[in-house]
Design a protein. Structure first.
Length: 487
């Protein structure tokens, strides 16, 4: 697409209100475009409509009019979560009208360099961690995108001396064409969102758009332990300077764990995070020997537990070093960070049982990562929206880490079956006839009955929340309330 200023006097359609739709509608209106915002929800469920209407922006709620998309439309900006199969999108594709997400629009007006962070798991933790490090280093981060402020709104306020730190989903990236971050990070890839993308190929290709427009002046931070990241580097598709990280092998250049972790091995006090090479660093780090290996800190001193969070920390180090943060500022923030709500969040300890809220675990890999963060026996609460995923990949980890399972939601029978195949005898399927909140409360009570002193009760659903809840945040909040009501 062109710069938003070039759409003055032209017709723009915004699909979906929410915060990103409101921000992008206001932006194009300010640039003089004729803006129509359309939302499937009825007007009484769209409180965002009135302020836009007061500005003179046309808002159509309650469905998609047949005349919404026509040859006079110059651009469609869609909410990332809206599927491409709906009628207005299909009509725009038929007419050859460009379709983008807010990320594309914001990137064209943003004066600050952009750090883009994506992956199937760990995005929010890493993005937040990067923000904490940059803030501690005095480098003025703005957190936006999938978390924080709407990206268009934040981009309008951004200065050249700021860093725009953006968490990006595959939904957002799929609708980009020219998006070009200064630093791009891919944390990992696992099977996710196939109901939206239709195939793993489309899901992966959407993620890889993060690197499509980078040049040698930019930096690509890749997880060297992830097969997709390795293949991406080997394919030659990454034109930016490559900065890898790994917990499984030593790197000639990059950030890694020393000694590397073998399969199934736990972190010990002997594991340290080290930096190999310094040619990717800016002049503010001095003229260090490119072959030098620098020990940064003991891995067990990170502010949050788990091998997956070591990977998130390595990514955050690579990103913030490249952005110019000092090593002391990085190390200080790595130790002080206490994580993000709904991501291995400690809720409370009661009668020797420790309760953790990991509602953000919306796929199997995220739940597996949570398992590996604990040495104690786990009573697992899992289940949610059925996206057609098999849960056979959970079986060996259930065998190793889990003593009992409580399931709920659309996938309750699938996950219960995986638990039975794992040899777990204590499996409870919670009836979903009651409200979503009551179902989760019942799941917490059943898990509590199955737990003993020294155990962990872990909400880590391995599924999206939308079959029962508005969001994983709502699911996590109700879990925490239910746990506190046990006391």
């Amino acid at each position: 697409m062109n710069h938003p200023a070039e759409y003055a006097g032209k017709e723009i359609v915004i699909l979906g209100l929410a915060r990103s739709g409101v921000a992008v509608a206001k932006l194009f209106h300010q640039f003089g475009a004729s803006v129509t915002v359309n939302d499937q929800k009825t007007l009484d469920l769209c409180p965002e409509a009135a302020p836009l209407t007061a500005l003179g922006i046309s808002v159509l709620c309650g469905g998609h009019p047949d005349t919404l998309i026509h040859p006079g439309i110059s651009l469609v900006v869609k909410n990332p979560g809206i599927p491409y199969g709906i009628a207005p999108i299909q009509e725009a594709l038929r007419l050859g009208i460009e379709i983008v997400t807010e990320v594309e629009v914001a990137s064209l007006i943003c004066k600050a360099p952009i750090i883009g962070i994506t992956g199937s798991n760990g995005k929010t933790t890493t993005t937040t961690w990067v923000g904490e490090i940059l803030s501690g280093a005095g480098l003025s981060p703005i957190i936006a995108g999938n978390i924080g402020r709407a990206l268009c709104e934040a981009a309008e306020d951004a200065r050249a001396e700021d860093w725009m730190v953006v968490e990006l989903s595959s939904f957002q990236l799929k609708g980009t064409n020219q998006f070009k971050p200064r630093i791009a990070c891919l944390l990992n890839i696992s099977e996710a969102h196939l109901d939206y993308h239709g195939s793993m190929k489309d899901y992966v290709q959407s993620k890889l758009k993060l690197f499509a427009n980078q040049s040698i002046e930019d930096t690509a931070v890749l997880n060297w332990d992830d097969a997709v990241c390795r293949e991406l580097a080997a394919s030659g598709a990454v034109k930016a300077r490559l900065l890898p990280f790994s917990i499984k092998e030593r790197l000639h250049k990059g950030i890694y764990l020393e000694p590397p972790l073998a399969a199934g091995e736990r972190l010990t006090d002997g594991h340290h995070i080290v930096l190999a090479g310094s040619e990717f660093l800016g002049s503010e780090h001095g003229n260090a020997d490119p072959a030098e290996v620098t020990t940064l800190l003991q891995a067990n001193l990170l502010g949050i537990p788990g091998k997956h969070n070591v990977q998130n920390a390595l990514a955050a180090i690579a990103i913030t070093l490249t952005a110019g943060a000092s090593l002391p500022a990085i190390i200080d923030a790595l130790k002080k960070f206490r994580g993000v709500e709904h991501r291995l969040e400690l809720v409370l300890q009661h009668e020797g049982i420790t309760f953790y809220n990991n509602s953000k675990a919306t796929n199997s890999l995220a739940t597996i990562m949570a398992f590996e963060s604990f040495e104690q026996p786990i009573v697992l609460i899992a289940g949610g929206k059925d996206r057609g995923t098999s849960y056979e990949d959970l079986i060996p980890y259930l065998q190793k880490h889990v003593k009992a399972v409580v399931t709920m939601g659309e996938t309750r029978e699938k996950i219960a079956e995986a638990a039975v195949q794992a040899g777990i005898s204590a499996v409870k399927v919670v009836d979903t006839a009651n409200s979503a909140a009551d179902t989760l409360r019942s799941a917490v009570q059943e898990a509590y009955k199955l737990a003993a002193s020294g155990d962990v009760v872990l909400l880590s659903p391995a599924c999206a929340s939308w079959d029962m809840f508005e969001s994983y945040e709502e699911r996590g909040r109700i879990f925490k309330e239910s746990v506190h009501n046990l006391v």
